[in-house]
Design a binder for this molecule. Structure first.
Ligand code: 5CA
Length: 443
């Protein structure tokens, strides 16, 4: 992509309405634009990151054996009356009528609809286990939408649902989700700590939230600092292996880590004092096991081995896809701007032409641009007629991990500059060496 043709409405000044750094930087870097309270348009740069996060979520879900599907954003109220949640959900649910006067709603989550699909088609234990998920827009009419995409009213969420014959099988699905979420967040450059939580309007007893520690987080959390030493480390997992998933769950959830809703001061005191931490975190996902709550309410039954009809055991599992864009920025930025982890960066590297219009510099940039693209990467080439300082400031703000800087002076010596956004370290090298180095980072 060439910056001269790109829609990147960067802001020089800090927008007054933004209270936290990720919101500020998303607005300043031209990633989003507010349309109404808690409702945003995703501009080209923001959409790129959102799609990259979505892709990682899809890939990790498929690895865990879960199937992607898509349900509508608009649902009829009938199913929600059957489950009893039409009344329970309260003002967070956006309700309206269609032209025939039927009660409709914008989906805040989809337990009812998926259970309806299930009960219409699955009758036997032989069709279990089954886990399906979608990545779809949700709407919750939050009392206090704030912090940009962190607490939106309209937001993008992965929601997955497992159907199992027994509690034991459903708990394996729960564990499997926990493990796959650890992989998912790690690929985004995040440490997200599973913490025992409260199930809220979803219901059920077993639930963990995944929290990214950040001062600006909305949740107060209590944990044993030893949990921050745990690292998943890209382990390969056999997701069908019940013992393996169980042991990873134990590894990551045995030490004390709880949100304020489930915090137990007496238990917490058993953690050695120097390891007892009280901090804030951003909730980027939550998993639930709620047993037969929805299957009983909606009559989702299967025949078991003995030919008896039994309600299926279920759980649901969410990832805040749009919230993650903000969470990643909270975890990775400096005073100049965003620092994208390589796993989610909107462009793999930037190319800065220090002297646009200089025949040699232009030719060298074009050549870099083409070679990187031919290697399957997406560079963002700043080919605008602007001063170098402005170009650097834009690149720092939008946070691409690598920057190639090309100018007439360096080219005379056969070199360009390769700079890392995170380290700030820059090195001179031949264009070929720089290309190879960038390609190697993404292999
Ligand atoms: N049905 C379950 C699991 S699929 C569910 O809805 N879970 S949830 O309520 O915990 O939402 C899942 C994730 O969506 C949360 O962990 C959070 O990361 C994200 N999320 C929830 N509300 C918002 C919001 N208002 N704005 C942005 N993200 C949100």
């Amino acid at each position: 992509m060439r910056l001269s043709r790109y829609f990147l409405p960067v802001l020089k000044e800090n927008p007054a309405e933004a209270q936290i750094v990720s919101h500020r930087l998303m607005l300043r870097a031209g990633m989003i634009k507010q349309s109404a309270a808690g409702i945003y348009s995703w501009l080209p740069l923001g959409l790129k990151v959102l799609k990259n996060i979505e892709k990682i979520v899809h890939e990790e879900q498929e690895k865990a054996g879960h199937m992607a599907m898509l349900m509508p954003t608009i649902q009829s109220a009938d199913l929600w009356r059957e489950s009893g949640r039409y009344d329970d959900y309260g003002e967070e649910m956006l309700r309206f009528k269609d032209r025939h006067g039927r009660d409709m709603l914008f989906t805040p989550t989809a337990e009812e609809l998926i259970t309806d699909i299930f009960r219409g088609h699955v009758n036997s234990y032989k069709d279990l286990p089954l886990t399906m998920y979608q990545i779809q827009w949700k709407f919750r009419d939050e009392r206090r939408p704030r912090f940009g995409v962190m607490r939106g009213r309209e937001f993008y969420m992965k929601d997955g649902y497992n159907f199992d014959l027994t509690k034991e099988d459903a708990l394996h699905a729960y564990n499997r989700h926990l493990v796959s979420y650890l992989r998912t967040y790690e690929r985004m450059g995040l440490q997200a700590i599973p913490m025992r939580a409260d199930s809220g309007p979803i219901g059920g007893d077993d639930t963990h939230e995944f929290l990214v520690l950040a001062e600006t987080g909305e949740s107060e959390v209590f944990y044993d600092s030893a949990v921050t030493d745990l690292s998943f480390g890209g382990r390969d997992i056999n997701f069908d292996d019940v013992k393996e998933c169980q042991s990873i769950l134990e590894e990551f959830t045995t030490k004390y880590a709880r949100t304020d809703e489930t915090h137990d001061e007496a238990l917490f005191r058993e953690v050695p004092e120097e390891r007892r931490k009280v901090a804030r975190g951003i909730e980027v996902g939550q998993i639930f096991y709620f047993g037969t709550k929805y299957s009983e309410a909606l009559g989702a039954m299967v025949q078991n081995v003995d030919g008896k009809k039994v309600p299926v055991h279920m759980g649901s599992h969410g990832i805040g896809v749009s919230r993650l864009v903000g969470a990643i920025i909270e975890a990775s930025h400096d005073d100049k701007g965003i620092i994208w982890p390589e796993g989610v960066t909107p462009y793999h590297c930037g190319i800065v032409n220090l002297k646009q219009g200089d025949a040699e510099a232009d030719a060298a940039c074009e050549s870099l641009y083409n070679q990187l693209r031919n290697a399957g990467l997406e560079p963002l080439y700043d080919d605008r007629n602007e001063r170098a300082g402005g170009k650097f400031a834009t690149m720092d703000l939008i946070g691409l991990p690598w920057r190639l800087t090309v100018g007439p002076r360096g080219l005379k010596n056969g070199v360009i500059e390769l700079a890392g956004r995170k380290t700030g370290v820059s090195e001179e090298m031949t264009p070929e060496a720089a290309i190879q180095k960038v390609i190697a980072r993404y292999r």
